[in-house]
Design a protein around this ligand. Structure first.
Ligand code: ATP
Ligand code: MG
Length: 334
């Protein structure tokens, strides 16, 4: 087996702490990695005038996956650009309750799949007259088919692991009749190719309530760009918040894995950042690389560490970033 080539971008702030700590955990699995380090973010911008140097883009394109920490002020020029360059059209955010964490319920376990390329985040804003501004919401059949297929395939994979096998589509087709009309229509078209998977759809406003009132019924939730952005932060809040939330950006050729949180300048350099979100992003990366056994090992080790309260201060523990990651690594090696 060839080593997996991983482009590592620590970036700014706590990225410089949570990424190396998580790499210790990845290395403990014994999986063969070749880590290729690259710079991006505020610091390299101050040095060179470029937040995302050409060299970094090349390294990212040549790698099997990108493992990313955080970018501060320059985030839009770094992570948003990288997602575009790597054509990662699916943003995947697991929402899972771990023991030892203060969650809404202990049986929450679903995944939000957010369309990452269009919708209201297409960047088509204009001031058409003084005091009159617009934003264009782009929904295309092509992007819908792609994201729904991704969601259904994910539901199929999860069904093999004992999950329900259901995809829930969240939209606002009653008001956004044309754009979300298409979104909903294509959802049910794609669903016909997956008769082993259950389907349902909700209006996004109702969905926002259901992730609080009945989060245990969801398996895979798929939605458009802005709705997914908002829904997934709320969902993260139901299972312990930002320090725990991992994400994957997946396309046909590339994958980028990053914690949902940013550079957290308020705690950067103190060694107290929680590495969990980044470790779990590493778990997503391992599954993407088809290293399922190693992924399960890390997740199980992390579950033990969280349940034992061997955590950073944000979760009530006394450990620093590297010590917490070390507790996980130790259990992975066993
Ligand atoms: P950025 O502009 O880079 O997003 P931010 O100021 O918005 O920076 P975030 O990283 O988004 O900061 O974090 C928001 C809050 O959550 C901060 O108070 C931060 O300390 C806290 N936080 C974020 N990540 C972690 C973590 N891994 N461990 C502990 N606390 C965290
Ligand atoms: Mg932030």
């Amino acid at each position: 087996m060839m080593a997996h080539k991983i482009c590592v971008i620590e970036g700014d702030g706590i990225g410089k702490e949570v990424v190396p700590a998580s790499i210790n955990v990845l290395e403990a699995t014994g999986v063969d990695f070749e880590f290729i380090y690259a710079e991006a973010g505020d610091e390299v911008f101050e040095k060179t005038g470029k937040a995302l140097p050409e060299e970094t883009v090349e390294k990212a394109l040549e790698s099997d996956a990108v493992f990313f920490g955080a970018a501060g002020e320059t985030a839009a020029d770094v992570i948003v650009k990288l997602r575009q360059i790597l054509k990662t059209y699916a943003n995947v955010r697991p929402v899972k309750a771990y023991k030892g964490i203060n969650c809404l319920r202990d049986d929450i376990d679903y995944v939000i799949v957010r369309e990452n390329t269009e919708g209201l985040y297409k960047g088509l804003e204009a001031e058409i007259d003084e005091g009159i501004t617009t934003a264009t919401r782009v929904i295309t059949r092509k992007a819908c088919e792609r994201i729904f297929k991704f969601a259904f395939e994910l539901a199929r994979d999860r069904k093999k692991q004992g999950k329900e096998g259901k995809v829930t589509c969240a939209h606002k087709a009653n008001v956004l009749k044309v754009t979300d009309g298409l979104f909903k229509k294509v959802f049910y078209e794609v669903a016909e190719e997956y008769d082993d998977i259950k389907v349902e759809d909700y209006y996004i406003d109702a969905m926002n309530m259901y992730i609080i009132t009945k989060p245990q019924v969801f398996d895979v939730v798929v939605t458009s760009n802005l709705f997914g952005d908002i829904l997934s932060d709320g969902a993260a809040g139901t299972v312990g918040g930002l320090g725990l939330a991992p994400s994957a950006n997946i396309g046909d050729e590339h994958g980028l894995f990053e914690p949902v949180h940013g550079s957290a300048p308020d705690i950067a350099g103190k060694g107290i950042a929680n590495p969990t979100a980044t470790i779990l992003s590493g778990v997503l990366m391992l599954r993407y690389l088809k290293e399922f056994e190693a992924a399960d090992k890390i997740e199980k080790a992390l579950e033990e560490v969280l349940a034992a309260g061997l955590t950073t201060p944000d979760l009530g523990g006394k450990l620093n970033t590297f010590q917490m990651a070390e507790e996980v690594a130790k259990r992975v090696e066993k």
